[in-house]
Design a protein around this ligand. Structure first.
Ligand code: GTP
Length: 298
């Protein structure tokens, strides 16, 4: 008998249901970026968590995916949808995340993507937003009619409610096999990627409604000098007018984006960071498949 369990868990759902928040809460680190705007996540992000579940050392390899897009069809969105489908190709468990008291056509479209034979756990997120707790059971009943779920688990990713229950439910479906990663591994993504994502998160949180969707971030330099990380980053925008909006009056907006991103990086990397950011105009980057590839979109 094997002494450990290990497996891959895909986290899927329509945009904005809380997939990234859930993965971060499960892994215990702010790996995947989150914001109140849908479609913040553009890349597949692996989060690794190793802990004992029911007295058995267990390694969960979570794959956070971009919210599946059915509305727009830019090259970027096609690339993101492909990332969702690839993530489902070879997993042990799927977490299908929905919001409490909401079951939409978009949710069901995502559910229909799940390959047959892979256990699907329905995760009802944002439980903290539910005023009337009596509504949980009827909603669970409604959800249970949609598919043959391995389990239905209500949680709050934000207030970390019932995450242990979710881990237990997932662990039941992981195969007994040796770990794929060292016990202290958190992610397969390099620091350079995590740095760019921190800046992108601040753009989503601090810049007006539509603008962040038309931006991306490229790291031009990432070195360690005298024990601190020195990072030069460019924010690519579509138009000259967008550049001014990101820089802000007297450079205030860009200063705040960089300062908050730097603080997050210092906490994530547990060391000092020197961050310099520039804003550059690169028109049509989201529609240029070749450019997307060179920017690291898989
Ligand atoms: N109240 C509440 N809000 C939550 C919870 N989980 C996530 N959120 C919020 O929901 C919003 C979307 O969360 P994300 O984790 O970015 O959602 P996502 O599904 O990864 O979004 P995409 O990147 O669009 O695919 C953010 O504002 C989160 O703070 C929760 O349990 N309770």
């Amino acid at each position: 008998m094997s002494q450990s369990k290990c497996g891959v868990v895909a986290v899927i759902g329509r945009p904005n249901v809380g997939k990234s928040t859930l993965m971060n809460a499960l892994v215990g680190e702010h790996l995947s970026i989150t914001s109140s705007k849908p479609q913040t996540t553009r890349h597949r992000v692996l989060g690794v968590m190793t802990e004992e579940v029911s007295a058995l050392p267990t390694q969960f390899i979570f794959v956070d995916t971009p919210g599946f897009q059915t509305k727009h069809s830019s090259a970027l969105n096609k690339t993101m949808n492909r990332a969702v489908l690839t993530a489902l190709g070879d997993v042990n468990v799927i977490l299908w995340v929905i919001e409490q008291d909401k079951l939409t056509d978009a949710d069901l479209k995502v559910l229909a993507l799940c390959p047959k034979g892979v256990p699907v756990i329905a995760v009802i997120n944002k439980l903290d937003q539910l005023d009337n707790k009596n509504l949980v059971l009827p909603f669970i009943e409604k959800v249970s009619g949609q598919a043959n779920f391995a389990a239905i688990v209500p949680v709050s990713a934000q207030s970390k409610k019932n995450l242990d229950g979710l881990k237990q439910a997932v662990a039941e479906h992981l195969p007994e096999q040796p770990f794929f990663y060292d016990e202290d591994t958190l992610t397969d993504r390099p620091e350079k990627f995590l740095a760019a994502e921190r800046i992108r998160e601040k753009l989503f949180r601090l810049v007006g409604d539509e603008l962040p969707y038309t931006c991306t971030v490229v790291i031009d330099k990432f070195t360690i000098e005298d024990g601190r990380r020195v990072i030069y980053a460019s924010i690519l925008v579509d138009r000259q007018s967008h550049k001014a909006m990101i820089i802000g009056k007297g450079g205030e907006k860009l200063k705040r984006i960089a300062s908050e991103a730097r603080q997050d990086m210092e906490s994530l990397f547990q060391g000092r960071v020197h961050l310099e950011t520039w804003v550059k105009v690169r028109s049509g980057w989201a529609d240029n498949a070749g450019l997307l590839q060179s920017l690291g979109y898989d």
